[in-house]
Design a protein around this ligand. Sequence first.
Ligand code: GP9
Ligand code: MN
Length: 627
Amino acid sequence: MKELFPKIRFALLAVVLLWLKTYAVYKLAFDMKIKDASEEVILFFNPVASLLLLVGLSLFAGKRRNRWIMATSFLLSVLLFANAVFYGFFNDFMTVPVLFQTNNMADLGTSIKELVTYKTLLAFTDLFILWFVLRRFPRFASTAPLTRTERSAYYLAATALLLVNAAVAELHKPQFFSRSFDRNTIVKHLGLYTYHLYDVLLQSRSSAQRVFASSDGYTEIANYVQSKNRQTNPDLFGIAAGKNVIVVSMESTQSFVINKKVNGKEITPFLNDFIKDSFYFDNIYHQTGQGKTSDAEFIVENSLYPLDRGSVFFTHYQNEFTATPEMLKDRGYYSAVFHSNDKTFWNRDLMYPALGYDRYFNKDDFTRLEQNSVGWGLKDKEFFEQSIQKLKSLPQPFYTKFITLTNHFPFTLDAKDRYIDEYHSESQIVNRYFPTVRYTDEALKYFVKRLKEEGLYENTVFVIYGDHYGISENHNAAMAQFLGKAEITPYDSMQLQRVPFLIHVPGQSGQTISKIGGQVDMKPTLLHLLGVKTKPYIEFGTDLFVKDEHPLTIMRDGSFVSKDYMYTKNTCYQMGTGQPADLQACEPYLEKAKLELQQSDKLIYGDLLRFDPNNTHPTGTMTTKLE
Ligand code: GP9
Ligand code: MN
């Protein structure tokens, strides 16, 4: 046994280097929200056990052991590096489904460039050290074979350490293993690598769910949904029946820009005016997860929650859905999406037929010249202009969706498109955000003007919603400055997740509705205006025109907002004052929120809408494939 050390010392060196590097990346690239010294100690030690197990696999590799060690170090470094970049924008750790979203990669270039800093490059320093040791001190890296006892001793020790790690997590955070905490909490307690092993386990469990699902599963969820109080507002039901619909998904637009000024100038002058003639909902939260824009699209058109991991557009595009375009098809509507990105981005070319769309006007349908484009694609104004002729050629009534793009992270804009100056704060991202929002606002104004000229405005319902946040919590200091606050508390952060939502119905006067709601509520709200009863269908939202207070608006991570309380980051807050409240006050809602998300997840994982008797257009037999 005493000969063991020389045989494993190169592996141990790799472990120690990876460990220290991981800790450095934890501190520099992730916002771990460490509360006290004990958490810091847990954080420091948490990479060790899984690193010993993973790098230890090399001990089975015989003579090629050192190559294995180098390869494992490299792969783990890539994983660390990728997480650091991913976290920079998403404030989240990667999951297995995210890894398979490879068709998104090409376009992510500009965003990634912005996020790759010296911090992320730290992720590869140790490989040079290992390589140097191998070259200069080959005897240090012995490849003498290990006996079975030696290997067992090594793995026993590493596993014991993993168990200690798990026990400490459970002691420090009771019910760690019975409640599903957010990914930040998991990484904080178990470490990044153990988290990834756990994530792989989750993935295989969810894949199995479809196979074992039956119509009983559908019935259970249908009963759950039918037990909710879902009403319509009789004064408004059907007021827009048969009209065309234009939905605009506004990239990264949060409510805090509405009716606000920067450097003395309005950020959204057009929307501020348009709101006055529209139903404007000023208390609507986005409910997206890792699927960003695609999650918003999914929620808005299905009234289901997105998944906790990955984007439903990628993970479940083969499912059955009863989405808005499909439901409207039965009422004689033609449906189309307009978006000037690659058609495979977010797997849209495969997902849109499943949602019942007839046509997807994508990058290939638009003329993209250098001077027309910025950041990820065609500038919004140009995009709307080029869309008009295509829109005119569609059969009516139509249901169409336009997805804007210019206001996308990292918010780049040509000087001539800057209608207002940048903001002045320590965050370049926040500074640039305002002019790009202002630009999209101008593009919308132009779009409405052109629709009027083409005679398409008067018979069209106009829906506008913000898809998700554009400014992540990494920019809290600049946001505090903009909002004139000393700091951004988790309560404030949650309120910043509100996105604009408005519906303009020709001939109706404007009204601001401050009921609290989320993107799940948009589908029944719109469909009821169009005179479509949604009650027989599965939906998790309710009509925002119904006066009763919304019981609960639930975010994808289990946070929620109700009339009296908000729950976020494991804390209960009093609505209005933002003061922390006794956790007990939130407790009854917590269970409800959990159940709601579970039901929605079950529906998606089990592909249960295939058992829905209302599903008149099963994907497999759909008459119209994407044209
Ligand atoms: C890409 C666009 C932006 O086509 O919808 O996607 P996002 O990165 O915001 O999810
Ligand atoms: Mn988006």
